[in-house]
Design a protein around this ligand. Structure first.
Ligand SMILES: O=P(O)(O)OC[C@H]1O[C@H](OP(=O)(O)OP(=O)(O)O)[C@H](O)[C@@H]1O
Ligand SMILES: O=c1cc[nH]c(=O)[nH]1
Length: 196
């Protein structure tokens, strides 16, 4: 990984991430009164392995296989032209689809809310779930849209000059959530000078 994280401090350890995911799995099952009709969709990039982990834990709690997939939101972003170009990631919807299901969207960080807005628009092209819920490992605040998470691993008060880095074994070789100052950060989220 090319990011210099030496100045970042750990706000969630590997064990704490594991415990947070287990708690969230129990919450999802309780809220849904079981795991029947759930579909877990992770948002690339790190939402996908997190979604797989959450689905596995939900399966353990309710003793039922939980369909899990991935939802790429890139082409649905309202800030697509304002961000560096990036490759599309696969969207992978489980064979049963999402119609009539309770979809649990999973992402690593919730910040402005624009990624989740894009995910809701992307879902429109796929089907009509009965309900959509949101599970995030970290909610760092600073929402720009009326979006909230149903299941949160950690609420982390942050300044907009800071970054949250989620490291996952599947992508980064280790599990941790780090917080630190972003070099050259502006005072407002989402990239564009003057766009606030
Ligand atoms: O609420 P928002 O302001 O949309 O921010 C949250 C999103 O930002 C990060 O993704 P990023 O686009 O940086 O890509 P990544 O998932 O590959 O890290 C993070 O993984 C969330 O998906
Ligand atoms: O700090 C942030 C903000 C958005 N997305 C992240 O992954 N980290």
């Amino acid at each position: 990984m090319s990011r210099d994280l030496s100045e970042f401090r750990t706000v969630l350890s590997e064990d704490e991430i594991a415990r947070a995911l287990s708690r969230m799995a129990h919450e999802v099952v309780e809220r849904n009164k079981g795991a029947t009709d759930l579909v877990v969709l992770g948002i690339p990039s790190r939402g996908v392995p997190l979604g797989r982990r959450l689905a596995a834990r939900i399966s353990d709690v309710d003793n039922i296989d939980v369909p899990v997939g991935a939802l790429d939101v890139t082409m649905y972003r309202d800030d697509l032209r304002l961000r560096p170009a990036r490759a599309l990631e696969p969207t992978d919807i489980p064979p049963g689809g999402v119609d009539g299901k309770v979809v649990v969207l999973v992402d690593d960080v919730l910040y402005s809310g624009r990624t989740i807005r894009a995910a809701l628009t992307a879902l429109d092209d796929i089907g009509r779930p009965h309900a959509v819920r949101l599970a995030v490992l970290v909610d760092r605040g600073h929402r720009q849209l009326p979006i909230r998470a149903d299941h949160v691993g950690k609420n982390l008060p942050t300044s907009t000059r800071e970054s949250v880095k989620v490291l996952l074994d599947e992508v980064d070789g280790r599990d941790a959530v780090l917080l630190g100052e972003t070099p050259g950060a502006t005072d407002h989220p989402v990239t564009v000078e003057g766009a606030r």
